[in-house]
Design a binder for this molecule. Structure first.
Ligand code: KG4
Ligand code: ZN
Length: 342
């Protein structure tokens, strides 16, 4: 197969993003550009993402962001071999903006369109920064998702576990709110926790000992909210933030450890690789604890570069390029899918 040069478009939540990625015939991955326009400031007054504001902001900036991504890559639309756009899951108004833009480019330039599942983008994101071959065990932890997946290739994922209530990022965001921190709560909570005492506040260890790979954060959220009410000093708030961060990291490790044990048996004698991806993978405590867990099970550990943990278009472009290399593409009437499980 020839090399692929794909424009990726991501508009499923609160970032308008475009990127150009080259996937060589030898499988080598090169990010030629990755542009992200964050809408955080527009949503911050509301304490969360407002779908209508998000959709309008995507409409206003998608053309310029895509143009910037091509300019930075030193390419024009004529140099592309394909266009990949997030087609779901996510806020449907936003998804439609990026997907429609991608369809227009594909139609105008006679290029193949790849309608990419946002989760599949996160699943391949670690391959943007390191040469990780398939298969690998993936922990996907973002604002909307918390899953353990056995990944054999693009489009070949098997789910080993998922959350039965909130996603890990959602837990970070909601608990951060009760601590009076601004949206998005995850990075703010990590900053507050700096230097805090993680053993100070006892928090429930959810699903401990349960014989599957599912997650649950609702009990932790309730307990943290109750503790937050009684706090008066900044030191208290700092220690609670540290305790919460450690509790979330602890559950991610405990469930991942179970999944690694099962995965290792299935993949005996082959290279054991553990990958973490998604916004929560940007958290340094989470990364460090998961790395130690992986080492303990004889797995290599990989996390994407920080810029590719949170939403970006390079991961969408790469997922599209990998599909194109397999000879796959989608029709121009591919629908936007608000729900789309992997
Ligand atoms: O992957 P992402 O950008 O969007 C989704 O697809 O959901 O993930 C966003 C989530 C938010 O919940 C955010 O608070 C969380 O990732 N997050 C973090 C950190 N950076 C982002 N959580 C904890 N610590 C961080 N440093
Ligand atoms: Zn995401």
């Amino acid at each position: 197969t020839a090399s692929q040069i794909v424009l990726g478009l991501e508009t499923s939540c609160d970032e308008t993003a475009a990127a150009v990625v080259r996937l060589g015939a030898d499988g080598h991955v090169e990010v030629l550009s990755s542009t992200v326009a964050s809408q955080i400031a527009a949503h911050a007054p509301y304490g969360g993402v407002v779908p209508e504001i998000a959709a309008r902001a995507h409409v206003e900036s998608i053309d310029a962001i895509a143009g910037e991504a091509l300019k930075t890559a030193g390419l024009g639309y004529g140099d592309l071999t394909g266009v990949a756009a997030t087609a779901g899951p996510g806020l449907v108004g936003g998804v439609m903006v990026g997907l429609s833009f991608g369809k227009a480019v594909a139609l105008a330039r006679g290029l193949p369109l790849i309608a990419v599942n946002h989760l599949e983008g996160h699943a391949v994101s670690a391959r943007l920064g390191a040469d990780i071959p398939y298969p690998f065990l993936l922990l996907l932890v973002s604002g909307g998702h918390c899953q353990l997946l056995s990944v054999d290739g693009v489009g070949a994922c098997r789910r080993l576990g998922t959350t039965i209530d909130d996603a890990a990022g959602e837990a970070f965001d909601k608990i951060a709110k009760t601590l009076g921190l601004p949206y998005p709560g995850g990075p703010a909570l990590e900053a507050l926790a700096e230097g805090g005492q993680p053993e100070r506040f006892p928090l429930p260890r959810m699903l401990l000992g349960r014989k599957d790979c599912d997650f649950s954060f609702s009990g932790l959220k309730t307990a943290a909210a109750r503790l937050a009410e009684g706090l008066t000093s900044d030191v208290d708030r700092r220690d609670l933030a540290a305790s919460v961060q450690t509790a979330i990291a602890g559950q991610l490790c405990e469930r991942s450890d179970r999944a690694m044990a099962a995965y290792a048996i299935e993949h005996e004698g082959r290279g054991l690789r553990f990958v973490v991806a998604g916004g929560v993978a940007a958290n340094r405590t989470v990364r460090a604890r998961l790395e130690a867990t992986a080492k303990g099970r004889g797995f290599s550990f990989t996390a994407p570069p920080l810029a590719y943990c949170t939403d970006n278009a390079a991961m969408i472009a790469l997922a599209g390029a990998e599909r194109l290399a397999l000879g796959q593409a989608d029709p121009l009437d591919a629908p936007a899918r608000p729900r789309w499980p992997l």
